[in-house]
Design a protein around this ligand. Sequence first.
Ligand SMILES: [Zn+2]
Length: 325
Amino acid sequence: MKMTQPIRIELPTPFALGSVNAYLFIEPEPALVDCGARSEASWQALLAGLAAHGLTAADLRRVIITHAHVDHYGLAGQIAETNHAQIWVSELGRPWLVAGDQMWQRRISYYQHDFLPKSGVPPAMIEMVVAYMRETAQTADTVPANRVHTFSLTDCLEIGGLSWRVIHTPGHASHQTCFYQPETRQFLSADMLLAKAPTPVVETPPNGQKRVPALPKFLESLDLAAALEIDQVYPGHGRPFDQHRVVIAKQRARILQRQEECFDWVAQGVDTAVALIEKMYAGRPMQIQFAGLWMLIGYLDLLIADGRVIEHEMDGVLHYSVTGN
Ligand SMILES: [Zn+2]
């Protein structure tokens, strides 16, 4: 078995999370898994990373996107402009690439008029979050629809001369896909498996339906990953690592611990998401508190699914209480 290892190209992002990884495969044809947010700094870093292997952006034949978050696909449009590369993404992720503006508009509107007010976020803070989301939306270009190719959630993809299984891993994003190579036991884990647990991003509910709880899905995706025989994990952020089951066990324990802290606060009468953020993410910067809100909603989703906490809407805000109190 010829062992092809993905080459990590670290790209800067304008976000608090730091850099994002693109993975380069050179043979049999240059291909990239994920490609960074759209910014001049990111573009230059990508060109430098390719040049280190004697390549230019025009040499890329395929760009495969793990999930349609701006830090992973933002440059895809610019790459498509420079060459004839095919841009690949799962069927579920395609709308963000070809109609990102509409997708963002829907999400911003949901946050502005539904999710954030119901979480008890004050209007001035909602304005800040909306402005931040609008800015984030600018860090990805639309990809022309005729350049986008889709794979199904049960496909295999040829990358680097080997066949990689697509593994659908909702949680951080409902459409997220990882790629697993069983013979070489390599796992391109996107933002599903990172050294630190990713956030369960709150998404726009499907038309007329209830929001799909993301953290319970993430825990199921951890089960999927734990069941795989993996020697090396290539994450979307940070350095590659091994011992994936140890990492998974740690994250589970941390999530359970924070879920219990959340339960204790609710039991003490801290009863809205915003009030819980002030307890559980006290004194942290706004970007962290915003990500904290996603985690917190996740803990509440788990507690509600377990029947330990109930939610009820009062004056347009969701309130939480311990079952039986
Ligand atoms: Zn990411």
